[in-house]
Design a protein around this ligand. Structure first.
Ligand code: HEM
Length: 81
């Protein structure tokens, strides 16, 4: 179980820039990855997913299909959808 807040899709879409924060969703979780953007090995491509779902992008870039990538993502969890 989780004590994290529940966010709507509309709320997530408000966070699609470094200024407003970069939020993404993955399998029902909401992640604020703003601090990770400068560290992303794939550079600013990460911003293509800002405010929405990671799944369509990670389906295209299979480099993310590794356990340690999910461990990185998990550190930035801020809520549930
Ligand atoms: C590489 C994390 C979103 C494109 C990587 C790697 C990590 C990572 C850890 C290195 C993988 C490895 O080589 O072992 C993340 C996280 C994301 C995210 C935590 C979201 C929170 C995205 C998105 C895209 C993307 C949305 C594309 C639209 C890429 C590409 C690489 C990469 C192209 C390969 C870079 C290279 O090796 O030259 N990402 N990523 N990433 N990512 Fe992401």
């Amino acid at each position: 179980s989780s004590s994290l807040p529940v966010f709507s899709h509309d709320e997530v879409t408000k966070h699609r820039s470094l200024e407003d924060g970069v939020w993404v969703t993955y399998k029902g979780g909401v992640y604020d990855v703003t601090e990770f953007v400068p560290m992303h090995p794939g550079g600013n491509k990460i911003l293509l997913a800002a405010g929405g779902a990671l799944e369509p992008f990670w389906a295209l870039y299979a480099v993310h299909d590794q356990e340690y990538v999910l461990e990185i993502l998990s550190k930035y969890k801020v809520g549930e959808l």
